[in-house]
Design a protein. Structure first.
Lengths: 85, 508
């Protein structure tokens, strides 16, 4: 069960990481274009790979927190907590 | 809009913003005159209340291109910071531009662009003409905010504003009530607790405090000034797709992050402590919203311990009225006191502005709104520097000064009047949609400072990602931003090493 969850989280993270990584790649490559096409692309790629790796690595943890957050958020919307007095 | 024919600049105020502006514009070859009504430079740092000082770590509150000396104590004491400003002025040749004891009493438009400035000095009044006026009087340096309550005139003790409390002496062996819950009020309560017979702290509502070290270990900048935290706060005026996703489908993640932060603060500071009438110190607003309010503060260590020990008696209520020997609170308590200290902050006052300028700015209860927190298209060659409240204001004002120098040099493509007004309107709508009301909401950015700095840098073609080295992408995510990251930008030598990027108008 836990293994399946870790795989699912990692896979989801990898998908999000791909999207985020591609977005970062495009932006960083454009920002560094004045350094030359190859260097600009390399810098963009480096940022993109980092984004992908971090999402994939922590995907399961984020999924876990997201599920906990869904439960907590739903409860807080249904029954607003009484804060300080 | 564009700046036209700017050669001479009048800068009003010799605080951090005024000095940074003068230094930057002088380096761009402009002639600057700084008018400062006080006899000492430094603005709020020229003369403060007892034991005043910087409330953030020293590396967050320094000029990017002029670091504080290594032996400066952390949370720089006010007098040391004032000396640092004196050294800055000498280092960058700003002193000849200073006119101390010169108060601006009026501004008048001169033709299409310039301004006539009316100055009061040595008992006389003179007028001088400038091509551009930079207002750098800050947010809170002008008038003490002193609320009036029924019966206040009959009170036989003393009513003071925190700005009048230069030493602890007036509090010695007295029964003291301090009003407010911001930085200055809690500082005053701690000063009183050290010498007074009794200390009461009276506040209407509490706010989430920012401890100097999270969990007692990690300096707060790690939890607040990184891009990761920047992505988790309510999205900026024009959020990028990542922030939109995070605050859309990813909302539960954002929600649980801030609840964990609240739990950490609750436990670390003991906010559940019972105070007068069984109330506690838990704020009523969520931390991710409350931290954009008026009273965001990083208290001195020991404040909550003093409250728990009963050396400061906290009252979560309001003053109903004064009596001849004390104050009556709305929760029914009566406090017999000798001194009442208002730690209720300062108001900004632009009394020198002509009526038509005040009308154009359209100030409302939450202040006025400007393009990039600096410009209004209907007030040509008038600029505000320092009207942006952040956690690293020296850095913010230095970047504003750089932006201004680039704009004057024509290296920023400023939008036309209609587009600029639309941008101001968007900023106003965005803030009013979620940011708690405060008299200076128009100028508040706080945790959004990173996004604001990004915006300024993108305008003049600099890369907003400042972290360097092989781990730069990871640092961008986790390592807090601080003045040293912007050294080359503020020094003006970034272009030779980094190159100028074409402005793309992209989001964060």
């Amino acid at each position: 069960m836990m293994t399946a969850f870790l795989w699912a989280g990692g896979a989801l993270g990898a998908i999000l990481g791909l999207i985020h990584g591609f977005y970062l790649f495009r932006r960083q490559a454009a920002r560094n274009a004045h350094r030359g096409a190859i260097l600009g692309t390399a810098i963009g790629l480096y940022y993109g790979v980092w984004a992908f790796a971090l999402w994939a690595l922590f995907g399961a943890y984020l999924l876990g927190f997201w599920i906990l957050g869904c439960a907590g958020y739903a409860i807080s919307r249904l029954r607003p907590a009484r804060r300080g007095a | 809009m564009e700046f036209r024919n700017v050669e001479s600049v009048a800068i009003i105020g010799a605080g951090v913003a005024g000095l940074a502006t003068a230094k930057t514009l002088l380096a761009s070859g402009l002639s600057c005159t700084i008018f400062e009504r006080a006899e000492r430079l430094g603005g709020v740092w020229a003369d403060g209340y007892s034991n005043f000082g910087v409330q953030v770590q020293k590396e967050l509150y320094e000029f990017p291109d002029w670091p504080l000396p290594d032996d400066t104590p952390n949370f720089t004491p006010g007098p040391i910071f004032q000396k640092y400003l004196e050294a800055y002025v000498d280092r960058f040749g700003v002193r000849p531009c200073l006119r101390l004891g010169a108060k601006i009493v009026g501004l008048r438009r001169r033709g299409d662009t310039g301004w006539t400035v009316e100055i009061e000095q040595n008992g006389g009044r003179t007028q001088e003409e400038f091509d551009l006026v930079a207002i750098a009087t800050g947010l809170y340096s002008e008038t003490p905010n002193m609320p009036e309550f029924p019966g206040q005139r009959e009170f036989q003790g003393d009513v003071l504003h925190i700005s009048q409390l230069k030493t602890r002496a007036p509090l010695e062996n007295q029964r003291v009530a301090v009003i407010g819950y911001g930085k200055s009020a809690t500082d005053a309560a701690m000063e009183a607790a050290a010498v007074a017979k009794e200390t009461h702290l009276v506040f209407r509502d509490v706010h989430w405090p920012v401890p100097r070290n999270l969990a007692g270990i990690l300096p707060f900048k790690w939890g607040m000034l990184s891009r990761m935290t920047g992505a988790l706060i309510p999205p900026y005026v024009r959020p990028d797709p990542v922030a939109r996703g995070l605050h859309g489908i990813g909302k539960p993640l954002v929600w649980i992050f801030w609840r964990l932060v609240e739990l950490l603060l609750y436990v670390q500071l003991g906010l559940g402590t019972k105070i007068a009438n069984g109330k506690n110190l838990v704020p009523s607003k969520p931390v991710d919203i409350d931290c954009f309010g008026e009273s965001t503060m990083s208290p001195r260590p020991g404040l909550y311990k003093l409250i728990r020990q009963g050396r400061i008696t906290a009252h979560r209520t309001e003053i109903a009225n004064f009596t001849h020997d004390g104050i009556v609170l709305r929760d029914g308590d009566t406090l017999t006191v000798d001194r009442v200290v208002f730690g209720t902050g300062w108001k900004s006052d632009f009394g020198f502005l002509p009526d038509e300028a005040v009308e154009v700015l359209g100030a409302e209860d939450d202040g006025f709104y400007l393009y990039r927190h600096m410009l209004h298209p209907d007030l040509p060659n008038l600029v505000f520097v320092g009207r942006a409240a952040t956690f690293a204001s020296v850095l913010t004002y230095s970047l504003q000064a750089r932006w201004l120098a680039e704009a004057i040099a024509g290296r920023i493509a400023l939008p036309g009047r209609v587009a600029m007004l639309a941008e101001i309107s968007r900023l106003k709508d965005w803030k009013r949609a979620w940011m708690p009301f405060s008299a200076a909401r128009g100028a508040r950015l706080l945790l959004h400072m990173l996004h604001y700095h990004d915006e300024l840098l993108r305008d003049f073609g600099a890369n907003p990602l400042r972290k360097r080295g092989i781990l730069a992408p990871l640092k961008e995510l986790l390592v807090p931003y601080q003045p040293s990251d912007y050294r080359s930008i503020v020094a003006g030598d970034w272009e030779s090493t980094e190159g100028r990027v074409a402005a793309t108008g992209e989001a964060n």
